[in-house]
Design a protein around this ligand. Sequence first.
Ligand code: CP3
Length: 344
Amino acid sequence: MSQQKTILRALAGETLPTPPIWMMRQAGRYLPEYKATRAQAGDFLSLCYNPELAAEVTLQPIRRYDFDAAILFADILLLPQALGADLWFVTGEGPRLSTIETMEQVENLRPVDEIDETLSPIYETVRILSGELPKKTTLIGFAGAPWTVATYMIAGQGTPDQGPAHALKDQHRDVFVALMDRITEGTIEYLSRQIDAGAEVVKVFDSWAGSLKGQDFQDFSVAPIRRIVSALKSRHPDTPIIAFPRGAGSKYEGLHVEMGADCIALDEGVSAEWAAKHVQIGGCVQGNLASPHMVTGGEDLVRETREICDALSNGPHIFNLGHGITPDANPDNVQLMIDTVRGG
Ligand code: CP3
C-alpha cells in the first residue's frame, strides 16, 4: 500500500498526513512555456491533436512544480468534434460549435464506434505520457459530463445560464435525451480508451451541473455520471474515478454513493468544514481553494490553503483549486500554495 502513488492512496480512502496536490488547468496560459508551445503548434486545437506537443505541455507544470498528478492536455469539446460537430475557438472569446436543435441532427451524429478515428491522437498523447512521467506522478485522463458537453453542443458556445440547453430539455425532451444518450455512450468509449492507453485515474467535469435544479440534477447530472462510472467500473474495475459536479452546493452530500465515484471534487462554493462533515464521510474529496488566490497570493492564500488542509485532514483529501487557474494568475503563487500544503 505504502508503495503506491499518493493520489491513488487518497482515492482508495487513505487519510494522508499531507494531501497530494495537482491543479485544474495546470497546463495553461498563465505559464510562459505553455504559450510558447501553443505558438509552435499554431493554435489550441492543433496543440490538442499533436501528441508530442500535447505531452510536452502536460509535462511542463510537473517539471516546474512537482505536482503529484499530471492531467492529460486535451479538451472536453474534442468529443463533440469526434461525434461530428464543427468546433473552432475564437481568440479572446472561447469555443464555437455547430448547434444541435433537431432529432435529425442527433441521428446524423457519428456513431460511437467511429469516434476513435478522430480521437486516436489523444490516446497517443496518453501513451507517450505514461512512458515519460516520473514514477510517482499519477496520470489523470478526463472528459466532460454529458450535461456540460450538451450545453455547448446545443448552444454552439458557452452561455452564462445554459439557456438554450434548458430550453431544449424543457421543450423537446426527446431530442435532448437522445443527445444526452449519444454523448454518454461516446464518453464511456472515450474514457475507456484513455484508460487502455495508460490513464490511471479519470475525471468527469460537470462544470455546469449547478444550473440543474431539483429532479433535473438527478436526471441529467447524477444519472448519466452514474451510468458512465458503472460502465467504466465493469470494464476497468481498478481505475478510480473523480466526479466534479461544479456548483452542486448542498447537493454534494451523498454524491459518492449516488454517482458511484471514488472521489467528489468540490468547487469553492462550499466550505471545507461543511464538506468534511457532509461529503468527506462518503469518501475522498478534492478541492477547493478559490482560484482568484492564484492572482492575488499573499497571506490570504496561505491562510485559506491552511484552513482547507486542516478542515479536511481527518479523511481522504486531494488538494486542488475549486475551478481552473486563470490566465492572469502569477506562477509564483502556485509555488506558494504548494509550499503551504506541504510545509504546513
Ligand atoms: O486542466 C488541464 O490542465 C487539462 C486540460 C483541460 C483544458 N480544458 C485545456 C484548455 C481541461 C481538463 C479542460 C476542461 C474543459 N474545457 C472544461 C471543464 C472544466 C472547466 O473549466 O469548467 C470546459 C467547460 C472546457 C471548454 C473550454 N475549453 C472552454 C470554455 C475554453 C475557453 C475558455 C478559456 O479558458 O479560454 C476552452 C479552451 C481551453 N481548454 C484552454 C485550455 C488550456 C485555453 C486555450 C488556449 O490556450 O487559448
